[in-house]
Design a binder for this molecule. Structure first.
Ligand SMILES: Nc1ncnc2c1ncn2[C@@H]1O[C@H](COP(=O)(O)OP(=O)(O)OP(=O)(O)O)[C@@H](O)[C@H]1O
Length: 624
């Protein structure tokens, strides 16, 4: 019983204060000086203070004009620079700059990485960004305009190689539940997607279907609603994009033209800005040479820019929830023509963070009912209670595709759990990074503040590091991702904002400096490596002071993925009581199956309220 609740305060103030008081002498001098400089300067933003640079840039600071120049320069590359050509960086050697506490463009959905939605009626759809723009509520104007995506074919179709374990995907067991499921397809040709799509698939380097594609593509082509769960990095994005595009082509879609109100046929929603951007680039790739126009809109960017993109024509709208609701509220998007609604990272989209927005979306005026539209939910994790909530979004005869164990970790990731107390973590991190050398590594921490802190610390240790978290401006987030993608900064310190969906070539290592609060988040984080049949490594620091609640689910995830389970972890797991977790099954921690099976004979599914599986939104820094 002892371990119950111990983890609650993990990553919280008590911890970080102690951390700073006892360890920051010397190192933090620079950090605090940076804060002071910002505080006394005219451009200080937010209450958390800031610091700038390291390795040449630390403490130097730059004028606002210089920042603007960076922004202009970045429009030629940055996030859209494709895997090969990502361009970013300031060119002055400062690999790390941050403005913690910045109000501009921050993704502060109550700490959940999206715009704040408050109030009621039309105004309730006004985001933080929009209110700033409109000037009706105090706050800096969001002016960031993301760089346009590359136009050349090579960049559009750039891709990385599938790994040595790609063919092993075929051995994973797949279960389809629900009535009258169409048979799986074995090849792209069988899907009969049409010549243009087939050309694009070939140019993207896809020769063979992954299991989630084999089963989900025919389900979607048959017009059925779908909940699909497959391991990280196994091609879920193409599994929904390809059949939707094929449908659109078969229906003889015509190019959408300039109109003040656009009525897209497809809406795709994802929880983070960088992920929705990535999905958009995939949509653009697969729709290349067709008249289908995909558009992406997300928070932290100029609202006017989003509107300009939309009015030029929009068949597929890729959006983060806050910006989507803004645009609907502004009557730039009409929902009448929506035939496909996709929630990627669906468990996250339906939890208590985003669930209310998604409910608002499906009850917006004009939105076709679930009977009239096709709804597709995808994720690598699907807690049972989220599956039950999802019933509200899906037709009752939806099909459930489970590739491998629902919520299981990717087997191509070698997982290591080390017992490391909070005061030894930094030393251990440096030791590991020194051994790793220049291989691309994501370091996950639990709070935005700590992300800044660890990134600065690593820069001081001469490790080229950048960071991504919800308090960084969108321009900075995209630059950080660009620097990491192109290898300029081989280490990316991140909060859980980067845990889901991001598909970055050559990420060989994930380090959980802090373990996340839920096991599902762990599965997503380590899934940033070992993608598409490539191998990867994940090392996690387990602090018995704060992480005991994760011992049981960790043992389960490790053993399911055929990883070594340390005996000390097993001991903690057996001595720690976690309500609802039986040890041999996933209990309430995981869904092992389509939950409808568990509810056979019960008259109704409980769809009231929202799940508590998500990171606690009250803890502002646990998500973003
Ligand atoms: N059939 C295929 N052949 C070759 N590469 C593929 C195939 N399907 C997908 N890929 C590539 O595999 C990578 C991972 O795909 P994707 O990002 O869709 O994974 P995912 O299942 O959505 O992962 P996550 O759960 O982390 O969101 C991408 O680079 C994608 O282009």
């Amino acid at each position: 019983m002892g371990g119950l609740g111990v983890g609650k305060g993990f990553g919280n103030k008590g911890f970080s204060n102690k951390f700073e008081e006892s360890e920051n002498i010397g190192f933090l001098k620079g950090y605090q000086d940076g804060n002071d400089a910002e505080a006394s300067g005219p451009s200080r933003r937010g209450g958390r203070g800031s610091f700038r640079g390291c390795r040449g840039g630390f403490g130097i600071g730059r004028s606002n004009n210089e920042c603007d120049q960076d922004e202009r320069a970045q429009r030629t590359g940055g996030l859209f620079g494709s895997r090969r050509t990502a361009v970013s960086g300031t060119g002055n050697g400062d690999t790390y700059r941050s403005r913690s506490g910045s109000a501009r463009g921050r993704g502060g959905y109550k700490g959940l990485n999206e715009e704040v939605i408050a109030g009621s009626g039309k105004n309730s759809w006004k985001s933080e960004a929009e209110r700033g723009e409109g000037g009706d509520i105090q706050g800096p104007k969001v002016t960031y305009i993301p760089p346009p995506p590359p136009e050349d074919e090579d960049s559009i179709f750039s891709h990385y190689q599938t790994g040595i374990n790609f063919d092993k995907y075929d051995t994973i067991l797949v279960e389809v539940s629900g009535h009258d499921a169409p048979p799986a397809i074995l090849t792209f040709e069988e899907a009969n997607l049409g010549q243009t799509l087939n050309n694009n698939i070939a140019k993207a380097g896809y020769t063979k279907l992954t299991p989630v594609q084999k089963y989900s593509i025919p389900v979607t082509l048959a017009g059925r609603d779908l909940m699909a769960c497959a391991q990280t990095g196994s091609g879920k994005t193409a599994a929904f994009l390809l059949p939707i595009l094929a449908h659109m082509m078969r229906d003889g879609i015509t190019s959408s033209r300039f109109k003040e109100l656009q009525e897209p046929e497809c809406i795709i929603v994802a929880p983070t800005r960088e992920l929705i951007n990535q999905i958009y680039l995939e949509a653009r790739k697969f729709s290349y040479g067709t008249c289908v126009r995909a558009v992406v809109i997300y928070g932290g960017t100029q609202l006017g820019h989003s509107i300009r993109q939309i009015v030029q024509g929009c068949n597929i709208l890729c959006a983060t929830p806050g910006r989507l609701m803004d645009i609907i509220g502004k009557e730039k998007i009409g929902l009448k023509q929506v035939k496909y609604l996709v929630l990627d990272e669906a468990d996250r989209m339906l939890d208590m963070g985003f669930g209310p927005e998604m409910k608002k979306l499906i009850s917006c005026p004009g939105m076709p009912t679930k009977e009239q539209r096709q709804t597709l939910l995808f994720s690598a994790t699907f807690p049972e209670e989220i599956q039950r909530l999802a019933a509200e979004f899906l037709k009752s005869n939806y099909l459930f595709v489970a590739v491998g164990q629902v919520g299981g970790a990717c087997r191509d990731v070698q997982q290591t759990i080390l017992q490391v107390g909070q005061y030894s973590k930094r030393e251990k991190l440096v030791e590991i990074l020194q051994n790793i050398g220049d291989e691309r590594t994501m370091v996950f921490v639990e709070t935005k503040k700590k992300a800044d802190f660890i990134a600065t610390f690593l820069c001081q240790e001469k490790v080229s590091t950048t960071s991504i978290h919800g308090d960084r401006e969108q321009r900075e987030r995209e630059q950080a991702l660009g620097d990491f993608r192109c290898g300029k900064c081989p280490v990316l310190v991140a909060t859980s904002v980067a845990a889901r969906g991001l598909d970055i070539e050559n990420v060989q290592h994930v380090i959980n400096f802090d373990l996340p609060s839920t096991i599902d988040e762990y599965v997503h984080r380590i899934g940033r490596t070992g993608r598409c049949g490539n191998t990867g490594r994940a090392i996690s620091f387990f602090d018995p002071e704060s992480d005991n609640h994760l011992a049981q689910p960790l043992v389960k995830v490790l053993s399911d993925a055929q990883q070594d389970v340390p005996s000390w972890l097993e001991e903690i797991a057996f001595s720690t009581y976690v309500p609802g977790f039986s040890g041999s099954t996933r209990g309430t921690v995981f869904a092992s199956v389509d939950t409808r099976k568990n509810y056979k004979g019960k008259s109704t599914l409980n769809t009231a309220g929202f799940s508590s599986q998500a990171p606690n939104p009250v803890d502002e820094e646990s998500w973003d």
